[in-house]
Design a protein around this ligand. Structure first.
Ligand code: AMP
Length: 207
C-alpha cells in the first residue's frame, strides 16, 4: 500500500514525474487537473462549472473537487495505493483527505520562478492522451503532433502569461502552506534537473 502526494507549483514538472512513478510502482496517477479537463471535454455539469475558474487560473471550489476525488477513489485501481498530482491544494482538501485515507509520502517539488515560467508557457498538451511536451525543453518529434499517439498538441488557455502569474500567486497563498501540514512526511525535491534525474531521486526514496 502506497499513498503518495505530489505537491509543488504549476510548471514544476510534477505531472511528468508522476506518470513515470505511477508506471514503475503500478499505482494510479490521479491528476485532478486532468480529471477536470476530461469533464470539460465531455461538457459535464462539473466541467461547465469548473471552466471559468480554470481559465482564470483560480482554484475550483473545494466542494466540487472533493466530490470528484471521492468518486475517483471508489474505482478498484485505488485499492493498493495511488499517486495524487494536484490534490490537495487547500487546507480543507487536505483535512478531507485525511478523513478518508492515510498518506505515506508527500514529495514537495520546487524550482525557480524563471524555470516555472519557461515550463508553463512552453507547454503543449496532447488533446487525445494528455501527454505534455515543451517547445523549449521536451520538443515533440513533429511540431504540433504527439509522439505517443499522433494526437493534436494544443496550448492550454491557462498558459497565458497573466493567467500563469495568477496560478503561481494562488499556489503561494493557498497551497504552499500545506508544506507545514505535511511536515513529518515531506520529502523536498529540487526540480531544476532533467526528469530522469528527478525521477531517480523519487525512486530512491520510495525504494
Ligand atoms: P493542474 O493541471 O493541476 O494545474 O490543474 C488545472 C486547473 O484545474 C487549476 O488551475 C485549477 O483551476 C483546477 N484544479 C486542479 N486541481 C485542483 C484542486 N485540487 N483544487 C482546486 N482546483 C483544482
Amino acid at each position: 500500500m502506497m499513498n503518495i502526494i505530489f505537491l509543488g507549483p504549476p510548471g514544476v514538472g510534477k505531472g511528468t514525474i508522476a506518470a513515470m512513478t505511477s508506471e514503475k510502482f503500478k499505482i494510479p496517477h490521479i491528476s485532478t487537473g486532468d480529471l477536470l479537463r476530461e469533464s470539460r471535454k465531455n461538457q459535464t455539469a462539473l466541467g461547465k462549472e469548473a471552466e471559468k475558474y480554470m481559465d482564470a487560473g483560480e482554484l475550483v471550489p473545494d466542494k466540487l473537487i472533493i466530490n470528484l476525488i471521492k468518486e475517483r477513489f471508489k474505482e478498484p485501481d485505488c485499492k493498493d495505493g495511488f499517486l495524487l498530482d494536484g490534490f490537495p491544494r487547500t487546507m480543507d482538501q487536505a483535512v478531507m483527505l485525511e478523513e478518508v485515507v492515510p498518506i505515506d509520502h508527500v514529495f514537495d517539488f520546487y524550482a525557480s520562478e524563471d524555470t516555472l515560467m519557461e515550463r508553463l508557457t512552453g507547454r503543449r498538451t496532447c488533446r487525445n492522451c494528455n501527454h505534455v511536451f515543451n517547445i523549449y525543453t521536451a520538443k515533440p518529434k513533429k511540431e504540433g503532433v504527439c509522439d505517443l499517439c499522433g494526437g493534436e498538441l494544443y496550448e492550454r488557455a491557462d498558459q497565458k502569461p497573466e493567467v500563469v502569474r495568477n496560478r503561481l500567486h494562488v499556489y503561494k497563498q493557498v497551497t504552499k502552506p500545506l508544506e507545514n501540514y505535511y511536515e513529518s512526511i515531506i520529502h523536498l525535491i529540487e526540480a531544476e534537473a532533467s526528469p530522469t534525474e528527478i525521477f531517480a531521486k523519487v525512486v530512491s526514496i520510495l525504494e
